[in-house]
Ligand binder design. Structure first.
Ligand SMILES: Nc1ncnc2c1ncn2[C@@H]1O[C@H](COP(=O)(O)OP(=O)(O)OP(=O)(O)O)[C@@H](O)[C@H]1O
Length: 264
């Protein structure tokens, strides 16, 4: 028997902005032992979906439960510390001159930028452990702005797991990385995803090559609607990618890693 609990439950979630339907009746359930990848063309609604999962936005209609609390009925400030979230938009808010240790440490207080908090040594020890887990040993004293893109991405993820969240949301964590940095990050994410003590993960990406081994489910979105949703081997196929992207795509898989290209 699985002891998994439900971390996200969307019923007919729609988001309408300026008369545009950005999400269209999305019903979706994520359990604590699942690691999801969300794929879809530019403008499909992926980031909007993640914003709702992060309790940062409410649906226009339908209901969204995050960590078993219904959005609109719960104090989101109580919910958010239980949700780890890494995105480029959040990274832009990190002061360039902040030390790596402080970038990670301040997550414990839901702030960016170190102010006057008294940090407990237990938090410092945890931050150092998290940095080590994400291959950032020796970086604690470096200024965030002096790191490479790949190192900065790993710091963002380390920050997002600092609070030991029950749900981890990653918006394009491998975007703009070179091949080596991408493979390093995908390897670390795969190791993290495979650990039984890891939280549920939802990762938005543009490239199937960025899906770490250990991910279990896929959600394919196009024009705000679900094209496919479920276990990876059912939801992520040449056929579902072809429908999602409106062109004939051939998907290949080897050793739990994927590659995709337009069919010849
Ligand atoms: N506040 C808003 N008002 C009007 N339209 C919006 C608003 N926010 C997002 N949109 C539109 O909703 C659509 C979906 O946006 P979203 O960022 O969720 O897509 P995405 O799948 O993450 O795209 P990308 O892959 O390009 O990041 C886009 O067409 C976007 O322009």
């Amino acid at each position: 028997m699985s002891s998994a609990s439900t971390v996200l439950q969307f019923h007919d979630v729609s988001v309408i902005r300026d008369g545009n339907t950005i999400l269209d009746s999305v019903s979706w359930k994520v359990d604590s032992d699942e690691r999801w990848v969300v794929l879809g063309p530019n403008g499909a609604g992926k980031t909007t979906l993640l914003q709702i999962a992060a309790a940062a936005m409410h649906p226009t209609s339908g209901t969204a439960e995050v960590l078993q609390e219904a959005l609109g009925k719960v104090d989101v400030f109580e919910l958010r510390p239980m949700i780890g979230f890494a995105s480029t938009a959040m990274a832009r808010r990190i002061p360039r001159d902040e030390t790596v240790l402080d970038v990670v440490l301040t997550a414990a207080y839901s702030v960016t930028g170190r102010w006057n908090e008294e940090y407990e040594s237990i938090d410092t020890r945890r931050a150092e452990r998290v940095l080590k887990e994400w291959g950032l040993e020796g970086f604690a004293g470096r200024r965030f702005g002096s790191l490479s893109d790949g190192e900065q991405k790993r710091v963002q993820i380390a920050r997002s797991v600092m609070t030991d969240p029950e749900l981890l949301l990653l918006d394009e964590p491998a975007a703009s990385l070179d091949l080596g940095a991408r493979e390093e990050l995908v390897g670390l994410l795969g190791g993290y995803a495979a650990s039984a003590s890891s939280p549920a993960i939802v990762m938005v990406t543009h490239h199937v090559e960025e899906i770490p081994s250990g991910f279990t489910h896929a959600l394919l979105l196009a024009d705000g609607g679900i094209v496919a949703s479920g276990p990876l081997d059912e939801a992520l196929t040449s056929e579902t990618l072809t429908e999602t992207f409106g062109m004939t795509i051939e998907l290949t898989e080897r050793d739990n890693r994927f590659a995709a290209r337009a069919a010849a």
